[in-house]
Structures are given as C-alpha cells and as structure tokens.
Write a protein that binds this ligand. Structure first.
Ligand SMILES: *Cc1c(COP(=O)(O)O)cnc(C)c1O
Length: 357
C-alpha cells in the first residue's frame, strides 16, 4: 500500500510551547486522509492538517455513524518514536466498524498510515516525562442523505496531538444509580461517538455532586460495576485483583488487557467476573479494599481516592498503593524502552520520510 505524502512547506512546531500542552487542543502539522467510495478505499494521503467542509446532510452528523481510536506514540530514551500494541488498535477499530455497519479498514493501511504520520511529525513528540504524541484515528459517514441507513461513503482521518502527562492526580468516582452507559447487546464495546455524547450529562451531574467521573454500573439493577468514562476499572481486595469481565457492555481496553497479562505474569491472583458493588463495600468495611484504579491509554493508570455509592463514601489512600504505581511504572518503562519488551508490544518508528522544519 502506498501513501502519498504532501509535506507542509512550513512547520508550526517552533511556535508551540511544549511545556504547556492543554490536552487535545494542539495538533501537529500533518493528517492522514483516506476516502471510501464505490465499495473500496482510495489512495491515502498525508497532507497539511486543515479544516475541510461537509454537507449539511452529512449522515454522520445526524445519526452518529462515527468511530474512533486513541493511542500514543512515546519516545525511546534514544529519541526513536515507539508505538504500543498497534495491531490491537487496528483490530479494535475494525470491531467498532463492524458494529456500526461501517467498512473495515485493511490493517496494513491503518498501521502504515500511523507509522508514516508519526515518522513525519516525529519532532512533535514532547520531551517531558510522561509526555507523548496522542494519535486519533476517526472514521465517519460522508453520505449527503438524511435517511436512516448505513452510508455508502466514508472518510477516515488520522491526526496527532502532542500531550503532557494526563490525569496525574488521583480521581474520585460516583457509582451511577440512575443513568446507564451501555447494555449487553448495545454499542458499549464500540468506540463510537454516541457513547461519549450519552455520558456527558451524567458526568456533569456527578461533577455537581463533587466527583470527577462516573463509575458506570449494570443497566438492570445498578449492582455490578462496568467501567469509568474512558477507563476500565480495577479493585484490589485482600491482595487479589478484580476487574469486571467483558460482558458485551464494556470497552475492550488495550491497557486493561496488558495489565491483566502483567499481573498474572507477576503472580497475582486476578479475577475477571461480574463484580458487585456490595462485595466491594463489604471489603471496604472490613478494611480489605486496598486499591482502586482506572486504566486507559491516556493516563495508563489513574489512582482513585474516593468512590461514592448511594450516599456512602469509600475513602482510599493512593499513597499506600503498590500495584497501581508498579503497573504504571512498568508500562511507562516499556514505552520509554528502559524495560525490555519481551512480548513484542512495542514497535520502533524508524525515519523514512524527511521532515520539514
Ligand atoms: C478507550 C476506552 C477505554 C480504554 O481503552 P484503552 O485501549 O486502554 O485506551 C476504556 N473505556 C472506554 C469507554 C473507552 O472509550
């Protein structure tokens, strides 16, 4: 697969303050664009990141046929950009596409586009500890038609944003007992736009009640934990690590998968099954709830210091956590190339495209 490259003539790089990077607001110089028409993907192009126009009847705007991915390029201590489990992101993009009746993108196109984009904008990876280049692939319907049906035409864009450390502070969670994020059989497993739109109002209500984020519960009785806004969730109780099983309503986090592997490798007893809030409360009351943390690409691991459950508050002390910081350190070590990558999770992006200053 060939990608046409139209480099910018002047980079915006020197005008950016890399010590002050608001998350997701600053984009690097280039984007990758590819269109799907008449049943096939056309030629992929790397070009200057710029706005483009869409028709008022754009089907994605009306009915939400839109999916995305989120991953990060980090920097090896020798300066080479590194990608983490790229194949898994490609596979998940296509799982989301299938659920939303959208065309799959061949994995080699998806992966090569990301390699080329990171290559050409490699100097945009910030140097600071915990900083990275956030990579955002997004695919959406392009039909100009306001009937409800799957579109015939699609566009996929991939662009990147330099980001500093994300969510470095511990967070508080409110166990939801009214709103729902996802139900088995729904679209909770897909990284599709509507899931996040649906979460905004409950998140706002949780904020007004003094919590950073919502902890989503099962949609039937609000008894079983699902996950957090953009993170999967883990509980350490009496030395054992618990996380809800993937029941059709939980996003298949790649960080979650990596952490489950590492924990088992380190000899922890890991339990993946329906996890009731009652069990967690009981464990807390006995003094056996040791750690609560969320996992996701953005923050890797986020410690939780407080969980609200129907008027009861569980208070935790992240300073005493052992497993969460060890996991974060290990994954960040892999992402910097200072811990040996025994599992083939890390890929180096060698320089093949001349960059513009
Ligand atoms: C993206 C996402 C996650 C985390 O997935 P990672 O692959 O670990 O980044 C968890 N939950 C939701 C709802 C998400 O959108």
């Amino acid at each position: 697969m060939s990608i046409r490259v139209e480099p910018v003539t002047a980079s915006r790089w020197s005008s950016i303050d890399f010590d002050d990077l608001p998350f997701g607001k600053i984009c690097s110089d280039h984007m990758f664009v590819i269109d799907y028409k008449d049943g096939t993907w056309g030629e992929g192009v790397i070009q200057k990141l710029a706005p483009f126009s869409i028709h008022p009847a754009n089907l994605a705007l009306h009915y939400g046929q839109s999916i995305f991915e989120g991953m990060k390029a980090s920097k090896h201590v020798d300066g080479t950009p590194l990608l983490f489990r790229l194949d898994r992101h490609a596979a998940r993009m296509n799982a989301s596409a299938r659920r939303m009746c959208m065309p799959e993108i061949p994995e080699d196109i998806f992966c090569d586009a990301i390699r080329a984009l990171v290559d050409i904008d490699r100097k945009w990876i910030p140097p600071g500890e915990g900083s990275s280049l956030y990579i955002r692939p997004v695919m959406f319907a392009m039909d100009e038609f306001i009937g409800v049906r799957p579109a015939n035409e699609y566009r996929m864009i991939i662009f990147t944003c330099p980001v500093g450390p994300y969510y470095s502070q511990p967070v508080s969670l409110l166990a939801e007992d009214f709103y729902v994020r996802a139900t088995p059989g729904g679209v909770g497993e897909a990284k599709t736009a509507g899931n996040y739109a649906a979460s905004l109002y409950p998140a706002q209500v949780a904020k007004e009640r003094g919590y950073d984020q919502v902890m989503w519960m099962d949609p039937y009785k609000f008894k079983y934990v699902q996950e957090v806004g953009t993170m999967n969730i883990f509980f350490v109780m009496n030395g054992k690590v618990y996380t809800p099983d993937l029941n059709g309503a939980i996003l298949h986090g790649i960080t979650r998968d990596s952490i489950l592997y590492l924990l088992k490798d380190w000899g922890y007893e890991v339990i993946e099954k329906p996890l009731s809030i009652k069990k967690i409360l009981k464990s807390y009351k006995k003094g056996l709830l040791q750690e609560v943390f969320g996992t996701g690409t953005a923050a890797v691991v986020s410690a939780v210091y407080k969980v609200g459950v129907r008027g009861v508050e569980m208070h935790l002390n992240p300073d005493t956590y052992k497993i969460a910081p060890a996991l974060k350190e290990h994954i960040e070590g892999l992402r910097k190339g200072v811990i040996e990558d025994k599992l083939g999770w890390i890929e180096r992006v060698e320089s093949t495209i001349a960059t513009v200053i």
